[in-house]
Write a protein that binds this ligand. Structure first.
Ligand SMILES: Cc1cc2nc3c(=O)[nH]c(=O)nc-3n(C[C@H](O)[C@H](O)[C@H](O)COP(=O)(O)OP(=O)(O)OC[C@H]3O[C@@H](n4cnc5c(N)ncnc54)[C@H](O)[C@@H]3O)c2cc1C
Length: 248
């Protein structure tokens, strides 16, 4: 819990004790921020899953034909992103467990076999020649996704509390940019007037159970839209509605 009032030192109250900050409390907890009352509707946790193959043989790479090692991504609605690693493996990431009621961040849901089976199947869609290839690592986690899919960086100089969040799965670079911007705000550097992420808060997500119903519907519809497209079929009848609701 955060304890603040203007002119006082901000404090972080935890089950283990209270931490008072001399200068500021800065929150960078990604999807875990949804556990704090002020952030419950600012973000939703969205699961993402990644798997790593064994190093491929020269023959396999010859068949795959990805000599340049470019970062690849497909524009299916459920998102696939791929990297060729320096030691000759394929790192394949895609969707994860569906949204859970009340932004529940279940660890068990992340580890369900179906999520990893989904990645295996997608890899074979890209390269059927990799049938039977083994994976050495698999993991999953939650991303913080705001209602408008845009990041937020803010420092409240009265309460001495700042936050940076909402990278929607692109946080490796964006979190570093946001952290620099946040440090600038705390130390009083003039803010970049053109930085769109400098705003107090992201808009709220809907209240439950509307949020659960809406997100689960869109996740299901995007899945059906991808299946239809892959099979060369016409999109499902509700594709325009799902696109309207689900695209940022
Ligand atoms: C499977 C997966 C794949 C991803 N792939 C990509 C990718 O390809 N490219 C990309 O750009 N981004 C990717 N991301 C997103 C990226 O990892 C994150 O956006 C980025 O790491 C966010 O950085 P951060 O510093 O804000 O938060 P994090 O790196 O998540 O750090 C937040 C920290 O806060 C801690 N924390 C949270 N709550 C508490 C609490 N109450 N008390 C104490 N500590 C707490 C957490 O333990 C964690 O260490 C991926 C994420 C996942 C899960």
């Amino acid at each position: 819990m955060l304890q603040t009032s203007a002119g006082m030192q901000p404090a972080l109250v935890t089950t283990g004790g209270t931490l008072r900050a001399r200068r500021a409390v800065l929150l960078g907890g990604e999807a875990f921020l949804t556990g704090l009352p002020d952030y419950r509707r600012r973000l939703i946790p969205m699961a993402s899953t990644i798997m790593l193959t064994v190093p491929l043989t020269a023959g396999q790479w010859g068949q795959v034909g990805w000599a340049g090692g470019e970062c690849l991504s497909s524009y299916v609605h459920t998102t696939n992103y791929l990297t060729r690693t320096a030691d000759g493996r394929i790192l394949f990431g895609s969707r994860g467990a569906p949204y859970r009621y009340g932004s529940d961040m279940s660890e068990a849901a992340l580890r369900e076999n179906a999520n990893f089976g989904w990645i295996r199947d997608r890899l074979l869609e890209w390269w059927p020649s990799l049938e039977g290839v083994e994976f050495t690592h698999q993991w999953a986690g939650y991303l913080g996704v705001p209602r408008d899919w845009l990041p937020t960086v803010h420092f409240d100089s009265n309460r001495r509390i700042g936050h940076a969040y909402g990278y929607t799965g692109h946080g490796v670079i964006t979190s570093a940019i946001s952290a620099r911007a946040l440090a600038g705000l705390v130390t009083g550097a003039p803010p970049d007037p053109h930085a769109p992420y400098l705003r107090p808060q992201a808009p709220n997500w809907e209240v439950e159970p509307l949020r659960w119903a809406g997100i689960r519907y869109v996740q299901n519809a995007f899945f059906r839209m991808d299946l239809a497209e892959t099979a060369g079929k016409a999109p499902p009848f509700d594709a325009p509605l799902a696109t309207f609701l689900g695209e940022p």
